[in-house]
Write a protein that binds this ligand. Sequence first.
Ligand code: CA
Length: 235
Amino acid sequence: MSEKILIVEDERVMRETLAYNLVKEGYVTITAADGKKAVELARAEQPDLVLLDIMLPGLDGFEVCRILRQEQRIPILMLTARTEEIDRIVGFEVGADDYLTKPFSMRELLARIKAQLRRVRLLREEFAAETSSAPLQRLRFGDLVIDQERHEVWLGERLLPLKPKEYELLVFLAQRQGRTLTRDQLLEEVWGWDYSGGSRTVDVHIRWLREKIEVDPANPTRLVTVRGAGYRFEG
Ligand code: CA
C-alpha cells in the first residue's frame, strides 16, 4: 500500500511541484495551503508523514507541528528558508523529526522522506516484537550488527568492545536512523541529564564510537555530524 504524505505549503507552485514529484515516486499526496487546513487534514486522513513549511498564513508551521505532536506520532519534516530556525525546529519545543533548508533538491527531499518512513517502520516492527514478547530485534546496517538481546555489537566477524554508554548511545541513534538528534536530546535520553552544560560528553562518546564503527573515523559515513544541529545515524 502506498504511503500517504500531507504537503503543507502556501506557495502554489512549490506545493504542486512537491506533489508532482512525490506522486511520481509512488506516494499518495494530500495538500493544504494553510495551517488550519493542515491540522484538519492530518486528523481526518492520518497521513504517514507530514511535509511542513514554516511560513504559512494563519497558524504557522511551528504551531501546526506542536499541535500534531500532541496528537499523533507521525514523522514531521519541516521546510525552512532560514538556518537560524533549525535549533527551534528540532528542539523539544517544536519537535520536528527532520528539516530541509530551502532551496533543496528533490533528490535530497526524497532521501529524507524515505529515511523517516523507514524509521517509523522499524519502530513499528520493534513495538510489535516487544508486545509479542518475541526476542529483541537485531539491528543490521551492512556489516554492522547490533544484537539487542546479547548487548553486543559486531562489525563483520569482529565483536566491538563498547562501553555501556557507547552501546546505549549507538542503540538510541540506530533506532532513530535518519533522524537528526541534538546533543541536548541525546544527553537527556541516554544520560538522563536535562542540562546542556554536559554536551561535550556526547561529542566525546560520538568520537569513541566512530573510532570503532567507522572505516575512516575522521570522515564518518555512519554517524554523521549535522552542522549546527547534532548527530544523525545514517546506517
Ligand atoms: Ca510558505
